[in-house]
Design a protein around this ligand. Structure first.
Ligand SMILES: C[S@@+](CC[C@H](N)C(=O)[O-])C[C@H]1O[C@@H](n2cnc3c(N)ncnc32)[C@H](O)[C@@H]1O
Length: 218
């Protein structure tokens, strides 16, 4: 099947998204593996990863490359993080996760992948990992928590000037009683003093509860 690179390190194989597996023969979760011309790819499911959904829905600003340093807030069990690890194969990925249960699975994924570091921490208190995390090119935040914008602001100190933040906003975590559009708008307004908004991407039909925002730090 034809393989087309759509962004650095991101491929389309027969219309489906994939990344090139830096751990050939090994899966990070239950993803399909596909070999084309002797290269193994991991299929990237947009129903399981909002970054994949955003790419398929017209994301324009793709800041990741093979050397990117990334602070990933809300890494969960490492599904999306593992694909970023494929893309930023010579970079580094600091994976913050609060849940101990998710962390057990995340550690397994990080042990296979030399560019991923698991950090069990609450991202609302970045002082606790300030000694471990370097200045990053990118922040990727997908943490189903209240006060999402405040969490990103608290972590913006780790983002280089002009660095890109991918901010997945969950309408229900922020305020269940409010119209999602109002929640999204309010969260973005809270960031407007430090970030320029570059793009918002709706994630339907892959996901209906979140909006995907791309911001640049001033
Ligand atoms: C929707 S899941 C993330 C899915 C993941 N980004 C992916 O695509 O593979 C949200 C995660 O954020 C974590 N989380 C929530 N509040 C957090 C906090 N204050 N600090 C760190 N992680 C948090 C949750 O434990 C959960 O694992």
């Amino acid at each position: 099947m034809a393989v087309k690179e759509v962004f650095p390190g991101v491929y389309k194989i027969g219309g489906l998204l994939a990344t090139r597996n830096i751990t050939p023969g090994r899966r990070a979760y239950t993803e399909g593996l596909e070999t084309e011309d002797g290269i193994e790819y991991r299929m990237w499911n947009p129903y399981r990863s909002k970054l994949a959904a955003a790419i398929l829905n017209g994301l324009k600003h793709f800041a990741f490359d093979e050397r990117s340093s990334v602070l990933y807030i809300g890494a969960a069990t490492g599904t999306t993080a593992s694909h970023i690890s494929d893309i930023a194969k010579n970079g580094s990925l600091y994976c913050i996760e609060l849940s101990e249960r998710n962390m057990r699975e995340l550690v397994r994924v990080c042990e296979m992948r030399g560019n991923m570091l698991p950090i069990l921490a609450d991202a609302r208190y970045p002082d606790r990992y300030a000694d471990t995390v370097e200045q990053c090119d990118i922040i990727y935040q997908d943490a189903s928590a209240r006060e999402q914008a405040q969490m990103l602001k608290a972590n913006a100190r780790f983002l280089k000037r002009s660095g890109i933040a991918y901010f997945v906003i969950k309408s229900q975590s922020a305020d269940v009683s409010k119209d999602p559009k109002i929640v999204f708008k309010r969260e973005l307004e809270l960031l407007s003093d430090e970030f320029d908004l570059l793009q918002t991407v709706a994630l339907e039909p892959f996901d209906r509860l979140h909006m995907f925002a791309v911001l640049r730090k001033r």
